[in-house]
Design a protein around this ligand. Structure first.
Ligand code: DC
Length: 209
């Protein structure tokens, strides 16, 4: 089982997908679960400041991963705040653990995969990059999707989200003690993927010996 954690726009999603394809494993983007709760809450007009309402929005989740709104800025902001609620995290735990525990293995990416969801993962990568590089990547990605994006706003947003994800009491964003810290600031997409495969191969080889 491969755990890929890291902050917003670090490239962890791209890397997790590429690892899954390379090793022939199923992949779960766990951020989508939090985003789906946020979108549910938003559509239903619930209050993100209420843990109770956020928990209600976690019931009966139906996720359409191609729904563009899952990745919109308002939904990203709400996802970041509702992910601090312990009851919401608990509500999403089982389906992540089941996915992680499936025979043959899996790749999961998120914030707490190596620390909470799958502390026994064979290989753990903590993918990171400077806030400036991540803001540049996010701007490019938003513009490519035809969405408005301003570098300064995106950078401020990334910093605020880092702060919330790192400072929360439950499952804060922090590398597992046995995670490999992988900084992608100076690597393009292909180089980052190649290096991630090399790092994970090293861990897998180690675990078989
Ligand atoms: O990875 P992402 O940006 O799609 O995640 C959206 C939000 O969900 C993010 O602000 C942090 C939260 N999240 C989390 O708390 N734990 C996870 N395993 C994945 C995401």
């Amino acid at each position: 089982m491969i755990a890929v954690d890291g902050p917003a726009a670090s490239g962890k999603g791209t890397i997790a997908q590429a690892l899954a394809a390379h090793f022939g494993l199923p992949h779960m983007d766990t951020g989508l679960l939090y985003r789906a709760v946020a979108l549910n809450l938003w559509r239903w007009g619930g209050d993100p400041a209420s843990e109770f309402e956020a928990l209600r929005a976690s019931d009966m989740l139906s996720i359409d991963p191609v729904d563009d709104e899952l990745r919109s800025e308002p939904v990203s902001r709400i996802a970041s705040s509702i992910s601090a609620y312990p009851s919401v995290r608990t509500a999403l735990l089982d389906r992540q653990r089941q996915f992680a525990g499936q025979p043959g293995g899996a790749v999961l990416d998120g914030r707490d995969i190596g620390t909470v969801i799958a502390p026994d993962a064979t290989a753990k990568l903590f993918v990171t990059a400077s806030a400036e590089v991540r803001a540049q990547r996010r701007v490019r990605e938003l513009l490519e999707r035809g969405m408005p994006a301003h570098y300064d706003d995106v950078l401020a947003d990334i910093r605020a989200r880092d702060e919330r994800d790192t400072a929360r009491e439950v499952a804060p964003l922090k590398p597992a003690s046995d995670a490999i810290i992988f900084d992608t600031s100076n690597l393009d997409r292909d180089a980052a993927i190649a290096e991630a495969i090399r790092l994970v191969d090293g861990r897998l080889a180690h675990s078989h010996s």
